[in-house]
Design a protein. Structure first.
Length: 306
């Protein structure tokens, strides 16, 4: 006969497992939804703004459109976007599987395939004929689409994989470096098809990069200098909120001449607001100085890609 305690134990285990499964389904459902929205924006943007402006958006998408244009103009061959873009992503996908995580890469592959298919099947139409407006707003939409995917642990493929790889391994925010590399693709397009289109494409790519920098801050770092009368409590709050460490300095305040204590800590840029709120809850009078950190070298906790 099963005891009452055993029945209660099994009920608790069943409840906990049910909660874990439901939370996982909610998380993965949200992830899939965001990736779908990102892919829709990519396909819409390439079919409207990029197509209307005759732009080369940089990265693997730009390389794909450049190959399509070369085949169309010089060889009279119409290549589907999917047929070119997906094979170009095979090496980045390998990098993702090897270094960035299986789930990250699988969701990225979903975005790559869906975005490519939508680019081919969505009808092309002109929202505006002003190429400058196309370059600016097309870049904003592209940056938003990429940021949506990155926020839930995926990417739009191509140079996104490369940028994230260098951010993970080198601890640097690599998006602006990728922008510089894209200029070589745009220069090639300029030589072949005219520099007007290439220069407008640089504006498009610049807007994309700045939107990503604004919306996606995982690989950006901020340094905190905190003068507080409760350094140990403040440190515990930082550690709990971010899993990052801190260093305590003791010195003398020049104005009052009294002893002061200052904490030094480096955290992710997306964590700054919640850390400051946490510090204020402990010490409302704390003096906090934050500034952007370009690069760090040494042991630093990184939230893993799954």
């Amino acid at each position: 006969m099963v005891s009452t305690t055993m029945i209660e134990y099994r009920a608790v285990i069943k409840y906990v497992m049910g909660e874990i499964i439901m939370n996982t389904l909610k998380k993965e459902g949200k992830r899939l939804l965001f990736c779908t929205v990102g892919a829709l924006l990519v396909g819409f943007n390439l079919s409207t703004f990029v197509s209307a402006g005759g732009l080369f958006p940089g990265g693997f998408a730009g390389a794909t459109i450049l190959i399509q244009e070369i085949c169309r103009v010089f060889f009279s061959i119409e290549l589907p976007y999917t047929l070119v873009y997906i094979p170009l992503n095979l090496i980045p996908i390998y990098i993702g599987l090897k270094y960035l995580g299986r789930n990250f890469t699988l969701y990225s592959m979903y975005v790559i395939v869906l975005g490519s298919i939508l680019t081919d099947i969505l009808p092309s139409f002109d929202i505006t004929v002003d190429v400058l407006l196309i370059s600016i707003f097309g870049g904003i939409i592209n940056g938003t689409a990429i940021s949506i995917c990155l926020t839930v642990g995926a990417s739009g493929g191509g140079t996104d994989f490369i940028s994230i790889y260098f951010s993970e391994k080198k601890g640097i925010d690599a998006w602006n470096y990728i922008f510089m590399a894209n200029i070589f693709i745009l220069a090639s397009a300029g030589v072949l098809f005219g520099f007007d289109r290439a220069l407008y494409s640089i504006i498009y790519q610049f807007c994309t990069t700045q939107v990503i920098q604004l919306l996606f801050k995982r690989y950006q770092k901020h340094t905190l200098l905190i003068i507080t009368s409760k350094p140990h409590d403040v440190y515990e709050r930082i550690r709990i909120l971010t899993h990052h460490d801190a260093t305590l300095f003791r010195g003398t305040g020049c104005y009052m001449g009294g002893e002061v204590e200052m904490l030094y800590s480096v955290i992710g840029s997306e964590e700054v607001s919640k850390v400051i709120r946490g510090i204020r809850e402990i010490d409302p009078k704390a003096f906090i100085n934050t500034f952007k950190t370009e690069q760090i070298d040494g042991r630093f906790y990184k939230r893993p890609n799954d």
